[in-house]
Design a protein around this ligand. Structure first.
Ligand SMILES: NC(=O)c1ccc[n+]([C@@H]2O[C@H](COP(=O)([O-])OP(=O)(O)OC[C@H]3O[C@@H](n4cnc5c(N)ncnc54)[C@H](OP(=O)(O)O)[C@@H]3O)[C@@H](O)[C@H]2O)c1
Length: 287
């Protein structure tokens, strides 16, 4: 009987209905799309980003749904900003049962020519913010999962937005790709740690997706990225997000949205590192 109950618990994933979600980087791109797709189901959505007006626009767009939508303006690349999120949740008495760590940025160009500031911001946002917000919210997530320990569906989750780049040591995107390797590895380890507590941890590894990402990653001197082959991998933000939410619902630890990205992700995982370095060197040499 106990075994049957455990099997039932393990088989069922996160339920979106009535979720109370914190979404970072929700003022545009994939984060705003997470808000759009969750709004019909959610009880509460806390949208976090730096640009207050852009957050308000997303909130306006979702005003026809029953969900309570709150905008939390914070710079997650700083300790102060991360603390503001926690204070905001306390002040508004929100006890989230879902954290979507989506905010992130890249930087196109060589490491040697990068600015220390953008490099530090990438690490702060892509790694530190994701890790420390998860750490700060885990007690609440565990509490939510614990309250429903006998329910047939999990009621707490963390969804981390990584990248296909997490599978590659990418020249001219070195810090970004390494930061996303951290996100994928951290998420997969945490998924195992949190499974007995019935907190689902999933990570999504999108390929190139049409958002503001490229604009932000471009350097002021115009340094851009090599887009060769990207058209085979590109899918719309709506498909990335629906696949990511499906991963949570199906307890999948790591997903690669889209056929092209899914094939590439598997190939990169299996490819010997020496072969990968040789291919990346050839590609880099052509630029
Ligand atoms: N688009 C792609 O090709 C692609 C591919 C793979 C993975 N990803 C990942 O997907 C995630 C979302 O990116 P996106 O494509 O949607 O890019 P985006 O359109 O540039 O959106 C980035 C979001 O992060 C927020 N953000 C940036 N810096 C922040 C900070 N310091 N504090 C708080 N929020 C901050 C931005 O809002 P504010 O400017 O208002 O702060 C914005 O809402 C990122 O983790 C990215 O690495 C994207």
């Amino acid at each position: 009987m106990t075994v049957l109950l455990l099997a039932l618990l393990m088989a069922n994933g996160f339920q979106l209905e009535k979720c109370r979600a914190v979404i970072t980087g929700a003022s545009g791109g994939l984060g705003a799309e997470f808000a759009r797709q969750l709004a019909p189901h959610a009880d509460t959505l806390v949208l976090v980003a730096r640009r207050a007006e852009a957050l308000e626009m997303v909130k306006q767009e979702l005003s026809s749904f029953n969900a309570t939508i709150l905008c939390c303006v914070a710079d997650l690349a700083t300790d102060a900003g991360r603390n503001e999120v926690m204070t905001f949740l306390e002040t508004h008495d929100v006890r989230p049962n879902l954290l979507i760590n989506n905010a992130g940025l890249g930087d196109y160009g060589s490491f040697a020519s990068s600015t220390a500031e953008k490099t530090r911001t990438q690490i702060e946002l892509n790694i530190t913010a994701l890790t420390m917000l998860t750490h700060a919210l885990l007690p609440l997530l565990c509490e939510s999962a614990g309250n429903h320990a006998l329910a047939s569906m999990a009621t707490a989750g963390v969804l981390n937005v990584s990248s296909l780049a997490s599978m590659l040591p990418m020249p001219d995107l070195a810090v970004y790709a390494a930061s996303k390797s951290y996100v994928t590895s951290f998420s997969e380890a945490l998924a195992i740690e949190m499974a007995p507590k019935n907190v689902i941890v999933s990570c999504v590894c999108p390929g190139p997706t049409p958002t503001n990402f490229s604009q932000t990653a471009k350097r002021e001197d115009g340094t851009d990225t090599n887009r060769e082959g990207q058209s085979l991998l590109r899918i719309p933000p709506s498909e990335v997000v629906s696949r990511a939410l499906m991963a949570l619902q199906q307890r999948e630890a790591c997903v690669f949205p889209g056929v092209g990205v899914s094939i590439a992700g598997r190939l990169f995982r299996l490819m010997p590192r020496s072969v990968m370095r040789w291919l990346l060197k050839r590609r880099h040499g052509k630029e």
